[in-house]
Design a protein around this ligand. Structure first.
Ligand code: UGA
Length: 404
């Protein structure tokens, strides 16, 4: 159920409103019906997942507007529908409630208890008595969301009471991964701690990379040597121009805001964010080593999305870099396999061209590690690489990696 009719119509035609590998196959293969009618969808189902956005306020804290209104609408629907006492489906055999509401949105600890449940109870029905409540964080990555969903590392079930948790445990019973059951706010915190840790891992490697660069060491060789240590692990050690996307920056900011709210100064997390703001600008400094005056020059940009295999440019590191280049008076020619339309809305003054045309610029910056960038001809070019494209490293006439 969604309030956006365009999305509903698109999903009902098996066309995904977002680019995500494998999602349209799923829409066609399974009988997924989208609707704008919440009462009907509550009536026809046993579980509702609240998946609305929790965008940031200007101070970094979360805007709870969507989550509140989703919970209020659900309260209304729960009140006006005759929820079923048993359901003739596999998962319904031991169903303790006619309906269970699950918070999937990323919300700071305490939200389900203090904001969602009171809103759900607004029309008189009681959590734990008339309906179940869980908090079930998502750990999907954009671009591999379907595969991540099918093969999760773990499933966390935050439960209001045991009966509520039993509903989700039944739903997920075929997944072959650890299933953890916690209280609601622990589940909320597991999500923040996971994202904050991953963001910290990236900023940490960027810091090590900046030191390596100054010492003439390749941070990727260092990362390989570190990754064999099982306590460290070999994933998420890729140094570069920093993390973007709709999750890490927003979630770390929200955790910082929540910590301050309770009187704690989260120093590590603040530095993770500070480093991530500074990191993309280092590529502009490196460029200026080779072209000291950017005014009047043409800079090529390969990659605009916040990471490969998505058209998403939210918090993309390309945004502060393109801003800085424009401020210095450079002309920009850019290419991205999927994200040019989105980027054009923010930066209409940039030229959007074919990759070969980008390569004809005075210098080329690589900002996203799309696979196809490994097939371009970098011979004779000046390349400043923020994401480690091996072919550019091997071929470019002048090559500079951000942390190597
Ligand atoms: C992230 C988490 O990885 C998911 O587990 C989580 O569910 C999701 O946020 C969320 O909260 O919804 P996502 O934002 O899709 O997923 O993308 P990631 O693959 O984590 O990449 C985030 C950013 O970190 C990208 O800009 C990427 O380029 C950067 N990154 C990642 C690095 O700079 N180095 C790395 O080693 C890994």
């Amino acid at each position: 159920m969604d309030i956006d009719e365009n999305k509903i119509n698109s999903i009902n035609k098996c066309i995904s409103p977002v680019y995500e590998d494998g999602i349209e196959d799923i829409l066609s293969k399974y009988n997924i019906t989208a609707t704008t009618d919440l009462a009907q969808s509550v009536q026809d189902s046993e579980i509702s997942f609240i998946c609305v956005g929790t965008p940031p306020n200007p101070d970094g804290s979360q805007d709870m507007g969507y989550i509140k209104s989703a919970a209020k609408d659900l309260s209304n629907a729960l009140h006006s529908t005759v929820t079923r006492n048993y359901v003739p489906l596999d998962i319904g055999k031991n169903m303790p409630y006619g309906h269970t509401v699950v918070v999937k949105s990323t919300v700071v600890p305490g939200t389900t208890e203090n904001i969602v449940i009171p809103a759900l109870e607004e029309h008189g029905k009681k959590a734990g008595k008339d309906f179940g409540v869980c908090m079930n964080p998502e750990f999907l990555k954009e671009g591999t969301a379907v595969a991540d969903f099918m093969n999760p590392d773990r499933i966390v079930i935050g439960e209001y009471n045991k009966e509520s948790g039993d509903v989700l445990a039944e739903l997920y019973k075929d997944f072959k991964c650890p299933i953890l059951r916690t209280d609601l706010k622990t589940a909320e915190m597991i999500k923040y701690a996971s994202n904050a840790f991953l963001a910290t891992k990236i900023s940490f490697m960027n810091e090590i990379g900046n030191i390596c660069k100054a010492l003439g060491i390749d941070v990727y060789d260092v990362a390989r040597g570190m990754g064999y240590d099982g306590r460290i692990g070999n994933k998420f050690l890729n140094a570069g121009i920093g993390f973007g996307g709709s999750c890490f920056p927003k979630d770390v900011n929200a955790l910082v805001a929540k910590s301050k709210d309770i009187g704690y100064e989260p120093e590590i997390l603040e530095h993770v964010l500070k480093l991530n703001d500074e990191q993309p600008l280092r590529i502009v400094s490196l460029l200026k080593k080779h072209i000291p005056t950017l005014k009047g020059s043409t800079v090529g940009v390969l990659g605009l999305s916040f990471k490969p295999d998505t058209d998403d440019i939210r918090e993309s590191r390309a945004i502060p870099i393109v801003n800085a280049l424009l401020k210095e008076g450079a002309s920009i020619k850019a290419y991205d396999p999927k994200a040019m339309d989105n980027f054009r809305k923010l930066f209409p003054q940039v030229g959007y061209v074919a990759p070969e045309d980008v390569l004809s610029s005075d210098a080329v910056l690589i900002l996203t590690e799309w696979k196809e960038f490994d097939e371009l001809d970098y011979k004779g070019k000046t390349v400043i690489d923020g994401r480690r494209i091996i072919r550019a490293k091997k071929e470019a006439d002048v090559y500079e990696g951000i942390c190597w």
